[in-house]
Design a protein around this ligand. Sequence first.
Ligand SMILES: Cc1ncc(COP(=O)(O)O)c(C=O)c1O
Length: 453
Amino acid sequence: MTSRSEREQLLQDAHFNPFLLRAKDVTIDLLTDSGTGAMSSNQWAAIMRGDESYAGSESFYRFESVIRNLTAMPFILPVHQGRAAEKILFSITGGPGKYVLSNTLFDTTRANIEVAGATGVDLLCPEGKQPSLIAPFKGNMDEAALENFINDKGAGNISMVIMTVTNNSGGGQPVSMANIRNVKKICSGYGIPFFIDACRFAENCYFIKTREPGFQDRSILEIAQELFSYADGCTMSAKKDAFANIGGFLAMHNKALADECRNVLIITEGFPTYGGLAGRDLEAIATGLEEIVQEDYLAYRIRSIAYLGEQLDKEGIPYLKPTGGHALYLDAKAFLPHIPVDKYPAQALCCQLYIEGGVRGVEIGSVMFGKYDKDGKLIPAANELVRLAFPRRMYTQSHLDYVAEVIVQLYHSRSQITGLIITEETPYLRHFTAKFKPDTTKILQDDLQEIAL
Ligand SMILES: Cc1ncc(COP(=O)(O)O)c(C=O)c1O
């Protein structure tokens, strides 16, 4: 625990970017659900069995067989985390003049597409763009927009369609099986490969089971197997729905593409039977993938986040509805309507959550996704959100009660919160390292008003 005045100083030292705080100074860490979960006793036991052979490790074959059972994909490449799979895939399939289409690309996915010279395009369904609207599958892709885009740019210029399940940047919202089926059908009609960014596939399948007619009596594993059956390939960060602290994979059906990917894998990650991971990591991932499809666990997880939403509803606090699979996303535009988007309201809210109660979230708004036009003016993101992502198997109901109290307290004093100005930034993924200072315009205006009175 830290005091409020300590946190004010710590945040100032971190240049108003919670990524730059030391974790020991954070009381409840909801920065990410990536790699932060608690591993089970079975995962730790599997780690002890890790086969560290350079080539042909038994741990690889176990990893491969669990993923093959899930995806039915013949070519499976281990990588050190999700973005390594993206880097390999897009450096081969991307390039200038190419487009990669998605429901919503995650930040690392978009960055890897752009670094490869291609353009990433989000085609989210209309419901997904309205934060307060309650709908079952707000992560869906807009099927009509997809067909229009393909016809407009020409199928030959589309490298692939990649569907993010659940849609992390779009509020952790799920994608329906019907949407996956339809998007696959459209892609097949034009000969465009269809991939899945499968980081949170099990959470997505739980939503399908509980919200989509026809799936109630099927197991999560069976639903996942159907979901993957429509895909030509997938990328996955095992730091999410595989309960691992590190790792990921790239899997696909196409042998020629797999051969090319394997060549890059050997150069950038390692030999194809370890790909940047230790044998023990492959074991932890294999066991994690077996555990994640347990329905009781998923029910507890999804319910926990809905519970936090219910606490906020009592006070009318705006958040992206309904609550997502791994996170609750505060709607900073509605929470702080007095802060303009170019003063980064979601970053300001994130900072104040830390000062108020030592809670660390992450900005998913114009710091993460904003761009500049040719005159250096900010092109803001569609939404200004603060994501509170819950590490798996980590926090209890009393932790959630504490988080709710902090948010409620902050909501009551929200008019005092001021915006931020960027003082330092990088061209790609600036949110990780950008530095800020408080926007003193409002404070100055208040002072002047006081003097005038
Ligand atoms: C949807 C999505 N895709 C890709 C990634 C990248 O994975 P990693 O952090 O393991 O590189 C993430 C990580 O948060 C993600 O949420």
